[in-house]
Design a protein around this ligand. Structure first.
Ligand code: PMP
Length: 426
């Protein structure tokens, strides 16, 4: 008998390219039929066939409080009663800007947008406008949304002038995007030595969550800060994923490094479309209507979305919120690592706050190349066995996972028990 999930996927593929509205949802990496979800509550999800799951994706980060949190829902409902959109300033936006600036003090001024992609795209344009330079530096395996300049990768390890990693990106534009390996301090120093005066900005995920989880090492972030300061380039921390998640003040608070610009998304909207970019006042003053760098949005600062974000940000400020989230995540990851070790399976794992990485490799990787050497087939097998057992992990060996404050000790125990069972029969 075909399941409703399968029926929906077949029908969707006729009308929606690949059956999905964002590629990773199609399960291309792990194979099989994507799960169509109908309902979520706290740490739990239910699909169209009525099967229940413990959720470790959390809509790719925003659901830090779990699904359908009553206070977030009430805030959305209240805002919706007063109109869904004005396209004009509101007191809510001011409240959001004040809160962001308080929690992330490097963001002296803030502009709201509707996605992480818009935030990073705008921050790059602003950095180019502010410096009058064209080149940007990003790191292999970091994802900063799908703006043309950012869809570029390099040949492994070595610096090349950018080759677009998507069709439709003009090579002339991609040529302005330089790509180096993450955590490669010497390569960054060498590049700035050669062409520091041409580089508008570095954009970096301060903890990478888009090639599985990769942690900065050997003072990498400090080196980026120093090189940008020395050569007059703008340092952009893309905290779309890490913001309000690895610590209340984001990765910049965790590592004690002050970027010039920061981009935010995901948690800041609590599950509705909100993004933000902000930073040094002198740089932000280059934005229209004050300055020559154009940026705009019909739904920017949308009152309903901002209300969901404000309710979320209010709740995550409770004492010990992030310490508890870190502890829950750590317990889950260590449980899986022990489970694999007991069964003699090559496996490693780590977490930074509520973000985690699981790898079918002997130790935690520190670069794109190292991640690529992990056993993808083993991950795919594990993914499907966990899915069958009602544990919903990210459907790719190259994505980080997320734990919410709604995950209970029972959820963690059930997750580890499922892994015990799978690894015992590995
Ligand atoms: N930057 C980072 C670090 C991200 O993880 C993402 C999305 N996963 C983006 C930017 C793009 O955000 P969005 O999907 O909201 O456009």
């Amino acid at each position: 008998m075909t399941s409703r999930n399968q029926q929906l996927f077949e029908q969707s593929q006729r009308l929606i390219p690949g059956g999905v509205n964002s590629p990773v949802r199609a399960f291309r990496s792990v194979g099989g039929t994507p799960v169509f979800f109908k309902r979520g509550k706290g740490s739990r999800l239910w699909d169209e066939d009525g099967k229940e799951y413990i959720d470790y994706v959390g809509s790719w980060g925003p659901m830090i409080l779990g699904h359908a949190h009553p206070e977030v829902f009430a805030a959305v409902q209240k805002a919706a009663e007063n109109s869904l959109s004005f396209g004009a300033p509101t007191a809510l936006e001011l409240e959001m800007a004040e809160l962001i600036s308080t929690l992330v003090p490097s963001m002296e001024q803030v502009r709201l947008v509707s996605s992480g992609t818009e935030a990073t795209m705008s921050a790059i344009r602003l950095a180019r406008g502010y410096t009058g330079r064209s080149k940007i530096l990003k790191f292999e395996g970091c994802y900063h949304g799908h703006a043309d300049s950012l869809l570029v990768k390099a040949g492994s390890g070595a610096l090349t002038f950018g080759q677009p990693s998507s069709a439709g990106v003009p090579p002339e534009l991609a040529a302005h995007t330089l790509t180096l390996a993450y955590n490669d301090n010497a390569a960054v120093e060498q590049l700035f030595e050669q062409m520091g005066s041409e580089i508008a900005c570095i954009i970096v995920e301060p903890v990478v969550g888009n090639m599985n989880l990769i942690v900065p090492q050997n003072d990498f972030l400090n080196l980026l800060r120093a090189q940008c300061t020395k050569h007059g380039a703008v340092l952009i921390f893309d905290e779309v994923m890490t913001g309000f998640r690895v610590a209340l003040g984001g990765a910049q608070a965790l590592y004690g490094i002050t970027p010039d610009l920061t981009t935010l998304g995901k948690v800041i909207g609590g599950g509705l479309p909100v993004g933000a970019f902000g930073g040094r006042r002198d740089i932000m003053n280059c934005l229209a209507p004050l300055g020559p760098v154009y940026q705009a949005g019909t739904l920017s600062g949308n009152p309903v979305a901002v209300s969901a974000g404000l309710a979320t940000l209010k709740l995550i400020q409770t004492p010990d919120f992030h310490a508890r989230l870190n502890q829950t995540t750590h317990q889950m990851v260590q449980g899986l690592v022990n489970s694999a070790r007991n069964a003699g399976v090559t496996f490693s794992g780590q977490n930074v706050g509520g973000m985690f990485g699981l790898y079918f490799s002997a130790s935690c990787p520190d670069s794109f190349d190292a991640v690529m050497q992990s056993d993808k087939e083993a991950f795919n097998r594990f993914f499907h066995a966990m899915l069958e057992a009602g544990i919903y992990l990210a459907p790719s060996a190259f994505e980080a996972g997320f734990v919410s404050a709604a995950h209970t000790a029972e959820d963690i125990a059930a997750t580890i028990a499922a892994a015990d069972n799978i690894f015992a029969h590995w």
